[in-house]
Write a protein that binds this ligand. Structure first.
Ligand code: 13P
Length: 249
């Protein structure tokens, strides 16, 4: 009932020449694959408009990596959700650990941004995840629970809400949690969402795993209950790798 979502986060990578990869993804995104998995690519904001043009007719959706909570105004350098939508984005990643670290984003800020994205009719992908120290201290569940309670808007429509579990220590390191740990965390996230949104709504929310997802490990991770897709960093920059992961879904 939850269609898998394979989302690529290009982070601060990509110039116009890299848009060839989106064309390549489009060619490999066959009707059979389209029926089985949704595909989303989130390039840097500078490429959203051109990426959306490159994705026309392919079925690939284009997203952004952050936005401001306000709809317009005196916020030099920032981008409103409506601007990203206007450029061709239908989803926005929010509260990625790199933004929580680099820009000291708080749960309350992430929630305000998510509310702005949802109000624009777009999909909000809210990222949560513990650090290595927090996991080793046995606090992973508590940390992720607190992030969810602080970051997910109360009235979020389940169909346009996506949660990405990305353990900070698994991002870009080649390390991943054990499959049991991923399954347990995803089940726990759905329980928390049930308390926040109601049990039925929580069943419709897609929960993605992110952190060193590669073609070699995607199959076993995506086969886990409550794992409804992946948020892929490095391996989303190349069409061949990204489409291998999509096929694993
Ligand atoms: P990697 O896939 O490069 O580990 O990055 C994961 C990530 O942060 C996606 O948002």
């Amino acid at each position: 009932m939850r269609k898998p979502l394979i989302a690529g986060n290009w982070k601060m990578n990509g110039l116009r020449a890299g848009l060839d990869e989106i064309s390549g993804m489009g060619r490999a995104y066959t009707p059979a694959l389209r029926a089985r998995a949704d595909l989303l690519v989130c390039p840097p904001a500078t490429l959203i408009h051109a990426a959306a043009a490159a994705a026309i007719g392919t079925g690939i959706a284009i997203g952004a990596q952050d936005c401001h909570a306000a709809s317009a105004g005196a916020h030099t350098g920032d981008l409103a959700a409506a601007m990203l939508f206007d450029a061709g984005a239908s989803a926005v990643i929010l509260g990625h650990s790199e933004r929580r670290t680099d820009h000291r984003e708080t749960d309350a800020e992430v929630r305000a941004k998510a509310a702005a994205v949802l109000a624009e009719g777009m999909t909000a992908i809210i990222c949560v995840g513990e650090t290595r120290a927090q996991r080793e201290a046995g606090r992973a569940d508590a940390v992720v629970g607190r992030q969810l309670r602080g970051s997910v808007p109360a009235e979020a429509p389940a169909a346009r809400l996506v949660v990405a579990y990305e353990p900070v220590w698994a991002i870009g390191t080649g390390l991943t949690p054990g499959l049991d740990d991923i399954a347990a965390m995803h089940a726990g996230i759905r329980r928390v969402l049930g308390r926040l949104l109601g049990r039925e709504a929580a069943k419709a929310v897609r929960i993605l795993y992110g952190g060193s997802v590669k073609p070699a490990n995607a199959g076993e991770i995506l086969a886990l209950a409550d794992v409804d897709g992946a948020l892929v960093g490095g391996a989303s920059l190349r069409a061949a790798d990204f489409m291998e992961i999509a096929k694993a879904a």
